[in-house]
Design a protein around this ligand. Structure first.
Ligand code: PAF
Length: 285
């Protein structure tokens, strides 16, 4: 695996790959890789001749400076995992490489109209977060110009935002959303899980348990009562501070009242467990 740190080096290397007309699979990450990330690399490997991963903890998508500071960083372990998974190229730029201006928050910003996606769930709880995601992912797409790009479905709204961005900015990359990988007790794999205290780690599977119960009950109970159930169960759990439990149209992420309101419906949740913010979701239909 080749590791590069600068955009000119990356572009030069990619020019060689493109000359050979090879398809490029791209997995953008913020590092602290876990088996969920590695499943994206493996899928990219199955579907493309060359696989590129980026590791960049993007400061502009963190609305909380403490969250940015605490975000786990394990570059040596990440490189080892990527090498073993068969990744061909790792792009690991420094902040100055991606944001050479004085202030990362104002440079290189592309405008995307997110419509309702800008007003619900993650967008509401984390002002500016998706602007930061668009800023970095568009910049990475400009550098890599991938054939296919791979994202985890755990970040359900992020995938919807990136699809909207691709459409509006005219990128040609296909966006492939891949299933969430879970620990044996159901907790969705996330780089942030290592930050949980042992006590909180034991409490965390309640999120998956509640989502699974709601999915089962969705066959026979009205959605508003299920939403209440989810909100009460997670909102009242010791140590958990619920931000939202929302049942929504999986395409628009707008709230729905009945299973007949949309072709696909998703339950999304975000909460703080101790000091760690966790999100998860489950397709109900
Ligand atoms: O999902 C993530 O890890 C990040 O939001 C992404 C897509 C790599 C952009 O920084």
């Amino acid at each position: 695996m080749i590791t590069l740190e600068t955009i000119p080096e990356l572009k030069l290397k990619l020019a060689g790959i493109r000359e050979k007309k090879l398809e490029i699979g791209f997995v953008p990450t913020m590092g602290a890789l876990h088996p969920g990330h590695i499943s994206l690399i493996k899928r990219a490997k199955e579907e493309n001749a060359a696989v590129i991963c980026s590791i960049f903890v993007n400061p502009t998508q963190f609305n909380d400076p403490q969250d940015l500071e605490k975000y786990p960083r394990t570059p040596e372990k990440d490189m080892d995992l990527l090498q073993k998974a068969g990744c061909d190229l790792l792009f690991m730029p420094k902040t100055e490489e991606m944001y050479p201006g004085k202030d990362p928050f104002v440079s290189t910003h592309k405008k995307v109209d997110l419509g309702a996606l800008a007003h619900v769930m993650e967008a509401q709880q984390r002002p500016g977060h998706f602007e930061g995601v668009i800023q970095i992912v568009s910049k990475l797409f400009d550098c890599v110009n991938p054939t296919r790009s791979y994202f985890g479905q755990k970040d359900f709204q992020q995938v919807a935002v990136i699809r909207a961005m691709v459409k509006q900015l005219g990128y040609t990359t296909a966006i492939i959303a891949c299933p969430t990988l879970r620990e044996p007790d159901g907790l969705a794999m996330s780089s942030r899980n290592v930050l949980l205290t042992p006590e909180d780690r034991k409490k965390a599977p309640l999120i998956y348990k509640t989502l699974s119960e709601v999915k089962e009950m969705a066959l026979c109970q009205p959605l508003d009562s299920l939403q209440e159930y989810g909100r009460e169960k997670l909102g009242n759990a010791p140590g958990m501070k619920l931000e939202y439990f929302q049942i929504a149209d999986a395409a628009t992420l707008l709230p729905v009242k009945s299973m007949n309101d949309a072709p696909s419906i998703v339950a999304c949740v975000a909460l703080k467990l101790g000091k760690v913010r966790l999100i998860d979701n489950m397709i109900l239909k």
